[in-house]
Every structure is written in structure tokens, then in C-alpha cells.
Design a protein around this ligand. Sequence first.
Ligand SMILES: [Zn+2]
Length: 85
Amino acid sequence: MTVAICFACGEFKVGAFTPCPHCGAEPVSLDEQAHSLALTDHYLTPEGLAQVQQRASNGLPVDIDPEFYEQLLQTLREEQQRKPW
Ligand SMILES: [Zn+2]
């Protein structure tokens, strides 16, 4: 089970790419998906998640390391290009 934080409203949810139960936002674009992946317990400690949640719910921007963000985008692009066979 992946603990994630909604890229739109900052509430906790389960799974990076699931629709948010609070605001209904679902990551569709690569940017949104990379953002969502960065805000999961795969990459953040429980303390880190709590900090992000606090910031987001106070309307503050969430800092994601640009290099890390690029890596996530790259991973997602490769996933998309993978052929089903
Ligand atoms: Zn939300």
C-alpha cells in the first residue's frame, strides 16, 4: 500500500495515481503524475510526508528537488513508451 499526498489539495490518500477522495483530483498529465509520485512514502519518510501535508494544507508550495523531479518525469516517459508486447 502506497501512502501518498494529493498533488492538488494536500490531503493523504492511498496510491500515487488514484483519484483523491477529498477533492477528486486525479493525476493525468506527466507533470501531475511526477508530482504525485514524489509525494509518496516511496520517496518520503513519514516525517517528510507529514511536513508536505502541513505545507500543502496551508496553501504553501511543496518543494521538490528539480533533479529528482526530472528523474521522475524521465521514468514516467519510459513507462509510457514501453510497448505492451
Ligand atoms: Zn485532493
